[in-house]
Design a protein around this ligand. Sequence first.
Ligand code: 5GP
Ligand code: ZN
Length: 113
Amino acid sequence: MTNCLFCKIAKKVIPSDIVYEDDHVLAFSDINPQAPQHKLIIPKKHIASLNELTSEDTLLVGQVIQTAKQLATQLGMSEGYRLVSNCGSLAGQSVFHLHFHLLGGRALHWPPG
Ligand code: 5GP
Ligand code: ZN
């Protein structure tokens, strides 16, 4: 997707603070952190949101979530963190390239609102 912000970040057209990368997955710091640790984990493949997932993406989503777990451990958050994907504008999704927020480093409240 040529005009997608996170595709541009994945292709390094737009710089970001990359904390993990492999052939299929990228993780980088959120530009507007909502917690002491706030990373975004994305598939490099353009998928607009959870709603656009197909059965072909099952392994890829697993890799994204495994990356989140590894990052949480590396960042010293295995005691508690949150992994969340906002799906659709009503849920607050503002970038329509599938991403998971990894949040931690402080006590997190529930429900998030
Ligand atoms: P959403 O609102 O779609 O769930 O999350 C999008 C996230 O992307 C927001 O937390 C926002 O701060 C982050 N974001 C928006 N633009 C940029 C950017 O240019 N670079 C980085 N690193 N994060 C961004
Ligand atoms: Zn994209």
